[in-house]
Design a protein around this ligand. Structure first.
Ligand code: ADP
Length: 467
């Protein structure tokens, strides 16, 4: 449940949405407060400027004292209503109130004086005489005899009401948008994930019988195309692997059927009539030879199956390459002598890191082939060399060689070049086993050959670096 992609997308989207929404609301609220208070400040500045300019004019007429005394009597509108929230007062430097709006006077209240420097405005937000929030501005103006401080104030109740309404709207709108977004994201993610369900349906329908099916990459959503492509590649690999297995099984049965048929016909012919002991012995010898051939095929099939199942034994140790090659030569020598083929071993002694049994199998196969596909009076030369981190072993023969087409296929299972069929005994499995063993060691095998001239197999295997 908590490991759901859908849930993760929804939670992340809502967290991001909430943060963006909260940030936006904070900025809007701050801006709104600034604009509203700025508006009041502008109004208060013009009020103070108006008052001071009226008194300046009266001073020029020598009427400053009279005007100060009569100023409050001429106040109109909100300034005339007791504790209306709109006030002004004019104060002497010693703090004596020279004039104040009736809105203050009728309640015998006064405003605090913020002592400003000459010409500058001082702003503050305070609690008013009616306990209302007040925006207050003070300004000192110099007259010829004295400095007067003008103070004006306006209630902030309207502004605070506006901000409160804004907060209330946000508190109502936020949960609504939050729920709508959650539903929207839920629907969109569900819709986007439908394609994944299509993939999983497709995967669950794939069996050995319909491995050829593919997902249409062009028609898949853009983001899922890499997934479709990897899935199709995996299907192709599986299909190829199943195909190889099918081939292997049918080739193996085919290869085993021939000796079985041979044994059956030897038996049928021999048992067809009464024969001499010598004839029975001859027939049994032929059957025994054919059974040996079958055993050879079955052993190799077993080795290949172990490789395919990944259970082939691999115990790497330090191997003296020259020792192994000498043993192989000794093993193959009788066959070479009977074919009049000369085997020689050249090059330095080299230590490699590998599985003793596997490495012996590799070189036995290669040297046996070099003898088997040779001609009377021919040669097999084995060379060793160390090149960088690898040991290089070359098995060169002067035998029948092979065509370029054969060279590409000889490492495939059950492949035998036409010229070798019937000429020598073989299963067509040796080189495929050789290749698997070499690759298991992290090495390589290459072949170069010319029909009628001979073949050269070059093997590389990792050196044992320990001193
Ligand atoms: P096989 O049991 O037939 O020898 P391999 O897998 O060892 O099976 O070899 C596959 C085929 O490669 C052989 O049938 C033969 O046609 C060809 N081949 C292998 N080694 C040589 C060689 N030294 N010279 C010529 N042909 C070779």
């Amino acid at each position: 449940m908590f490991n759901s992609i859908k849930l993760k997308i929804i939670v992340w989207c809502l967290v991001i949405f909430s943060l963006v929404f909260a940030g936006l609301e904070f900025i809007l609220y701050y801006e709104l407060e600034n604009v509203a208070i700025g508006f009041i400040d502008d109004h208060l500045v013009s009020e103070v400027n108006l008052l001071s300019s009226i008194l300046k004019v009266e001073e020029s007429h020598g009427q400053l004292e009279t005007e100060l005394a009569e100023l409050s009597a001429s106040a109109k509108g909100e300034y005339a209503v007791k504790l209306s929230g709109h006030y002004y007062q004019i104060v002497s430097p010693r703090g004596k109130i020279l004039s104040r709006s009736p809105s203050l006077g009728l309640a015998d209240a006064h405003l605090p004086v913020l002592v400003p420097t000459e010409g500058q405005f001082n702003f503050a937000t305070i609690q008013g005489p009616n306990n209302e929030p007040l925006r207050v501005i003070s300004r000192a103006v110099d007259f010829s005899n004295e400095r007067l401080v003008f103070v004006a104030a306006d209630t902030l109740e309207g502004t605070f009401q506006l901000l409160k309404s804004f907060r209330r709207i946000v508190l109502i709108v936020y949960p609504v948008i939050f729920v709508l977004s959650a539903v929207g994201i839920f629907i969109i993610t569900g819709w986007a994930l439908v394609s994944l369900r299509f993939f999983s349906d497709k995967i669950s329908h794939i069996t050995e019988e319909n491995l050829f099916e593919r997902i249409n990459e062009e028609k898949s959503p853009y983001e899922l195309r890499p997934f479709a492509s990897s899935f199709n590649t995996m299907l192709s690999r599986l299909e190829a692997s199943f195909e190889r297995r099918r081939h292997f099984l049918s080739d193996a049965s085919h290869e085993l059927r021939t000796p079985t048929t041979v044994i059956k016909s030897y038996c049928d012919v021999t048992l067809g009539k009464q024969r001499s002991a010598e004839a029975y012995r001859e027939a049994l010898e032929k059957v025994s030879k054919t059974v040996n051939r079958m055993k050879n095929i079955i052993n190799r099939i077993l080795v290949i199956s172990r490789f395919d199942a990944g259970i082939m034994e691999y115990k790497p140790v330090r191997i003296d390459l020259k020792d192994i090659l000498a043993d192989v030569v000794t093993l193959v020598e009788p066959a070479a002598l009977s074919m009049d083929v000369d085997i020689s071993l050249h090059g330095p002694n080299i230590n490699i890191h590998g599985d003793m049994e596997g490495v012996t199998e590799v070189f036995t196969n290669l040297v046996e082939n070099a003898v088997k596909y040779n001609r009377a009076g021919g040669r097999v030369e084995i060379y060793t060399a160390a090149v960088e981190d690898y040991a290089e072993v070359t098995v060169k023969d002067t035998g029948i060689g092979m065509s370029a087409k054969d060279m590409k296929k000889i490492f495939e299972r059950f492949y035998r070049a036409d010229v070798s069929r019937g000429v020598t005994v073989g299963t067509g499995l040796g080189l495929s086993i050789v290749k698997s063993i070499i690759e298991r060691h992290g090495g390589t095998i290459e072949v170069t050959s010319e029909r009628g001239v001979g073949s050269t197999f070059k093997v590389t295997l990792p050196l044992d670096k320990k001193p």
